[in-house]
Design a protein around this ligand. Structure first.
Ligand SMILES: Nc1ncnc2c1ncn2[C@@H]1O[C@H](COP(=O)(O)OP(=O)(O)OP(=O)(O)O)[C@@H](O)[C@H]1O
Length: 265
């Protein structure tokens, strides 16, 4: 059988401290095709970041395996770029230098200095940040920092882009703006994306499929919803689109009826 671009195969993850074992993920399997945009949604603490970290190679699965283009993932690598909720830019470097650092690391041998500069600028332009390229992180807004974080991730030309609530810390308007930008970039570059979100509208708007996780401990994939919406997608038109409304309702029902979050006593 042909293997998918990215395969998560029967992954379990538990964390052990002393005699206590916390079984976080149980039997997670997912096949992702090249160019797919997948959102992972589930209540707080169910193990979404843990799953993303396993794909990133930052955390080892207790059982099971992840394959990327047929190769086992067992360590971090530039073929999987991660963008976290809070930017992780180096404060003493400008926006340009933060992106250039990643470019130099990945393309030191394959691109000339001039090519690396052009490539860095291209990524900065993709996220509309050319005007602020010489500013340091402390001199730009949260949304701008996230844009540079995304540019830095894209600059590595990763096979998979891993987004861990990339817009979670932003105000609603900035968030809307960045979601549109990510959709545009996705249309242009056809990246394969795994994105964690808590935002149902964001998941429906951006994704080809939404992976809904059950509550932990031993969280599993409860359901996977295909989002039957043509691209390009326009948020204002979608508001009254029957498929959009139905997809949104499906995710909300999963989260708030079938797998309601019950705070531990
Ligand atoms: N390094 C670690 N050591 C021990 N336990 C951990 C570790 N990382 C995560 N956990 C535990 O695993 C569980 C899942 O955490 P995780 O951050 O993956 O959930 P999440 O779904 O991403 O949560 P949120 O939506 O709140 O960000 C939690 O109980 C957490 O305490």
């Amino acid at each position: 059988m042909a293997q998918s671009f990215l395969t998560i195969q029967q992954v379990d993850k538990s964390f052990t401290r002393g005699s206590m074992t916390n079984e976080v993920l149980k039997d997670i399997s997912l096949d992702v095709e090249q160019g797919e945009f997948i959102s992972i949604i589930g209540h707080s603490g169910c193990g979404k970041s843990t799953l993303l970290n396993i794909v990133a190679g930052l955390t080892r699965a207790t059982k099971g395996v992840v394959f990327l283009e047929g190769a086992v993932v067992d360590e971090p690598g530039p073929d999987r770029a991660v963008v976290f909720q809070n930017h992780s830019l180096l404060p003493w470097l400008t926006a340009y230098e933060n992106v250039a650092l990643a470019v130099d690391k990945v393309f030191a041998r394959t691109k000339s200095k001039a090519e690396r500069h052009d490539w860095t600028m291209r990524q900065i332009e993709l996220v509309n940040m050319a005007h602020a390229k010489d500013r340091r992180p402390s001199e730009i807004s949260g949304g701008m920092k996230q844009r540079i974080g995304i540019a830095r991730a894209l600059a590595m030309q990763p096979k998979v882009l891993l987004l861990d609530e990339p817009f979670g810390a932003l105000d609603a308007l900035t968030r809307t703006h960045l979601q549109d930008q990510v959709m545009q970039i996705q249309a242009e570059l056809n990246n394969t994306v795994l994105m964690i979100t808590h935002d149902v509208d964001e998941a429906v708007l951006l994704s080809d499929r939404i992976v809904m996780m059950t509550n932990g401990p031993s969280a599993r994939i409860g359901e996977i919803l295909e989002v039957p919406l043509e691209r390009p997608r326009k948020r204002l038109e979608l508001v009254s689109d029957r498929n959009y409304i139905a997809a949104r309702a499906e995710v909300l029902k999963f989260l708030y009826e079938r797998h309601r979050f019950v705070e531990a006593a």
